[in-house]
Design a protein around this ligand. Structure first.
Ligand SMILES: *Cc1c(COP(=O)(O)O)cnc(C)c1O
Length: 229
């Protein structure tokens, strides 16, 4: 994809974000755009950087290891399933791990973070629609997981993430997003030590406008910025 196209796409996504915020009576600063650069070359990341893009999402450890050291001044987000044996390679390179989908993974992050004397921010991934093909906690498992993970001193839960089902019409995902926001509020109201619920990572190219209307604070947009993969 030509460079000008990436610039145009980012402008378009930002315009759509502003409009969705306006419709929902929200401030546009409350929503962060994460440019999902998985499978895309550094040259495309750099074009987005030249447009002022700060936040990038990757779903493979290997790609974070390739791209982050070249641009350590950007914020790199791990959004894909993370294997426990790869935790130590990425925890000091990412701003936020969106895809914590088991207590065991959180415990592994704790162990490696403690060794290094760092603190790691995470989101818990929730499989709201109970899709077999997806990772994440089921809603009924979530509260126990939050309470267990909250006790890990080097791991800080900042909120929730979901990957909504693939649908033709984004309206079909509205209730998924609404549900995640409700659960987020429920957890917040429990006032658990070491748990904040300030981040709701939901919405991708096909459905980010609906996600923003339902309270998303981080949208993860790949195709809509960098083109098809
Ligand atoms: C690939 C990916 C995205 C971006 O998907 P698009 O539909 O290309 O915007 C968002 N979130 C996760 C977890 C992904 O793996």
């Amino acid at each position: 994809m030509a460079c000008e196209k990436i610039r145009e796409n980012i402008e378009q996504v930002k315009q759509n974000m502003r409009e969705a915020c306006a419709r929902a009576g929200r401030k546009e600063d409350d929503v962060t755009l994460i440019a999902v650069s998985k499978t895309k070359p550094l040259s495309m990341v750099e074009e987005a950087i030249s447009c002022g893009q700060m936040d990038f999402g990757e779903n493979k450890v290997q790609e974070i290891l390739e791209k982050q050291p070249v641009h350590p001044d950007r914020r790199w987000h791990m959004i894909g399933h993370l294997q426990r044996n790869k935790v130590k390679q990425v925890i000091d390179k990412v701003e936020l791990i969106h895809s914590v989908d088991s207590v065991r993974l959180a415990e592994q992050i704790e162990e490696e973070a403690k060794k290094r004397g760092i603190e790691v921010k995470i989101l818990l991934e929730v499989n709201v629609a109970r899709e077999e093909s997806k990772f994440g906690f089921f809603l009924e498992e979530l509260m126990d997981a939050v309470e267990t993970i909250a006790k890990l001193p080097h791991v800080h839960i900042q909120g929730l993430m979901t990957i909504a089902p693939f649908v033709e019409n984004p309206e079909e995902n509205r209730l998924v997003f609404r549900k995640l926001r409700e659960v987020c509020i429920d957890i917040q109201q429990k006032n658990i030590d070491n748990v904040t619920m300030s981040v709701l990572s939901m919405g991708m190219t096909g459905d980010y406008q609906v996600a923003i209307e339902e309270g998303s604070t981080m949208i993860r947009v790949g195709t809509g910025i960098f083109g098809t993969r």
